[in-house]
Design a binder for this molecule. Structure first.
Ligand SMILES: *Cc1c(COP(=O)(O)O)cnc(C)c1O
Length: 373
């Protein structure tokens, strides 16, 4: 790691959060690792959730599923989103389960050899994204796929408003799901409706698994105290004193009101630190420091209350500025903040109390040694 901008992921904390979720829902856990595990690194997060007892992984696409297979994961895996008829042979070979989500999809799949393809029937209970809405459609899809030799591994739906505490919409959706499920009269091994918030709050006797994503990262709307495994950091690379009236950054949008200390940090919108962060604060050595001037692609300037040495750690979010607070200030949700952290931000990992980042440091010194000899 050469650039001093990194995201720390505590895999022990993720593991604890999964164990906690499992204790609360008392069902099997399907860990949702789509989008590279919400930007945290799918193979690392997989290791943590599997050791916590997750029994299935879910992703959004064939590419993501194959990534996990290539990384050596041989267990159960489900693609929640769309798949193509061209993928069927590989899906069967790699034992990857898919969502059966539309009549057109069923048509295209069953027109070819699809014997052994494992599917989870997706029921649309009100969100209007993907899935079968009527009992007739669902029945037809199930029968067509079974007749073609596919294997019905599960049935599921997705809640649109699980974060709303009154659960009015969730109850409606669940009732609808139960209706469809009962009408199908089929013994599905995996029955699952709950995302993170529903896993922590919604109780039912029908389902036997929960799909958790964001709660692994400590975020939930039910005040359940989970651990916060991720934090984003950078370091001060330059500090300068500016006079009253001097202006800062592209467009010179900020003007110093008095003599001020300005620090430059090596993080910008190409790291996922979006331009809307202008005016927000980062945390540096006990101070909350405002982002002054526009956020650049690779750098940003902040105003210090007191001077700090070059190399001082900066917390973008973490123990002093919660991810949820940052998301709120940016008018978005924690999911978007973490998914936008780009690939060039180094991920460091804590696992079984050890800092896996040490590897990068050791490598760095080994390379230095090679250069010297
Ligand atoms: C993303 C996703 C989840 C996980 O949602 P969280 O709110 O992160 O727990 C579960 N199910 C489906 C279908 C999803 O797309």
């Amino acid at each position: 790691m050469y650039r001093n901008t990194w995201m720390e992921v505590n895999l022990d904390a993720i593991k604890d959060n999964v164990i906690r979720s499992k204790e609360i829902c008392r069902k099997r856990i399907i860990a949702v690792l789509k989008a590279d595990a919400y930007g945290c690194g799918d193979s690392h997060v997989a290791r943590a959730v599997l050791s916590a007892g997750a029994e299935m992984l879910a992703v959004s696409s064939m590419d993501e599923a194959l990534m996990l297979r290539n990384e050596g994961y041989e267990g159960k895996i489900l693609i929640l989103g769309a798949t193509e008829k061209e993928d069927v042979e590989l899906l069967i070979k790699e034992k990857i389960s898919v969502a059966a989500y539309s009549a057109a999809w069923v048509d295209s799949i069953t027109k070819q050899n699809c014997v052994g393809l494992q599917f989870h029937l997706k029921i649309d209970t009100g969100m209007n994204r993907i899935g079968f809405k009527t009992i007739e459609e669902a029945k037809w899809a199930l029968e067509s796929l079974l007749n073609a030799g596919c294997i019905a591994e599960g049935i599921f739906t997705h809640f649109a408003c699980a974060d709303q505490k009154d659960q009015v919409e969730t109850n409606k959706q669940f009732t609808r799901f139960k209706e469809v499920y009962e009408a199908l009269n089929y013994n599905f091994p995996w029955i699952h409706t709950d995302n993170s918030d529903a896993t922590l709050s919604f109780k039912d006797e029908l389902t036997n698994a929960c799909r958790i994503g964001i709660s692994m990262y400590g975020v939930n709307n039910y005040d359940i105290s989970l651990r916060y495994p991720i934090s984003l950091h950078t370091k001060v690379i330059m500090v300068k004193e500016v006079d009253e009236g001097e202006r800062i950054g592209y467009g010179l949008t900020y003007q110093a009101k008095k003599k001020e200390y300005i620090a430059t940090l090596p993080i910008g919108y190409a790291d996922g630190f979006v331009r809307k962060n202008q005016g927000r604060c980062v945390y540096i050595d006990g101070q909350y420091c405002e982002v002054v001037g526009r956020v650049c692609m690779d750098q940003v300037m902040v105003r210090l209350e007191k001077e700090v040495p070059i190399g001082t750690d900066v917390e973008i979010f973490g123990p002093h500025i919660h991810l949820e607070k940052m998301a709120e200030e940016l008018d978005t949700i924690p999911y978007e903040v973490i998914c936008l952290i780009s690939g060039r931000v180094t991920r460091t990992y804590i696992w079984e109390g050890e800092n896996l980042e040490e590897n990068a440091r050791i490598l760095k010194s080994e390379i230095a040694e090679v250069h010297q000899s």
